[in-house]
Design a protein around this ligand. Sequence first.
Ligand code: PLP
Length: 386
Amino acid sequence: MRRIYLDYAATTPVHPAVIEAMTPYFNEKFGNASTIYYYGREARSAIEASREIFAKAIGADTSEIVFTSGGTESDNFAIKGVAFANKNKGNHIITSAIEHHAVLETCHFLEKQGFNVTYLPVDKDGLIDPSTLKKAITSKTILITIMHSNNEIGVIEPIEEIGKIAKENGIIFHTDAVQSFGQVPINVDSLNVDLLSVSSHKIYGPKGVGAIYIRKGTKIVQFMHGGEQERNRRAGTENVAGIVGFGKAIEIAMRDISKESERLTKLRDKLIKGIIEKISDVKLNGHSTKRLPNNVNFSIKYVEGESMILNLDMEGICASTGSACTSGSLEPSHVIMALGVSHEVAHGSLRFTIGKYTTEEDIDEVLRVLPGIISRLRDLSPLYKK
Ligand SMILES: *Cc1c(COP(=O)(O)O)cnc(C)c1O
């Protein structure tokens, strides 16, 4: 059966050139980068080459980059690291209601440790209002952590403005840019961010590797303790092959970013337009233009997200209800709920995220089978009246 993968926000296939770049680092070039003989130097220089690629991609200095095991670790490091390093200055953290679980659960943990966390609301399009942020700041605020773009509804937040407010108030600012990186241009100076998280497996690199940008001078405590790797900021033998693959994936993403985002935006808008035309009682979740080129998220009234996913799967189409982390749970998505919709509407959310291998035929196929699936499911729904 031909399968159509439309869940690129959950993960992406590793690019063939990435696999090729990584392969030698499993055996021929197997050295531990902390050793000083030939094999070690070889591994070290491969890591530093990736560091340069990433630093250049976001306008940072190589000394400001730390490789991690992925987006989750980068978020944990940024938030706990800053909170614990600055607790003599204050105990207040500001975030948003629509963050990824890697940020939300870290904040919940810190609440148990005596920190106070404000979860900023978003408007009906999923956007943070910078003036609401301004009002939430107190003399105790030490950290603002707000995502660059949302993984469920694709909305791109006004990070530059938020960063400016943080800077004016002398507050450290972290952004989770896992979904944005590789899709929209990112520059840490124009965004006014102090810390930024990224992940490799969302940009056609391997799983289990990511990075964090830490602006020079940012007060942060180490998260992993052990050896002196990563300038004493992240202990543990480096994932050399992973870091090499990540570097290659960044190189390819940066090379193709404008062409690819233009192509995906067209396919995205075709899918959005098609769903609105062919299916009644639907609502696009997330701002219509301030959104990632690859994200389509709808609430489809009178049907349940899970049933749509299973029925699409029978037609060979892989989609999602929103977040890989919450699938299987019966709770509606916290992101869709934050848009101010009812429980029922939130239960009917359907996300398609397109990517490198998505074609126009794939979009046509979705638009061909989806209306039938929805109408069959609605016929079974007691809530739906024709
Ligand atoms: C995927 C994702 C993460 C987690 O990254 P991992 O590398 O899978 O740990 C964090 N934040 C956002 C917005 C994501 O989409």
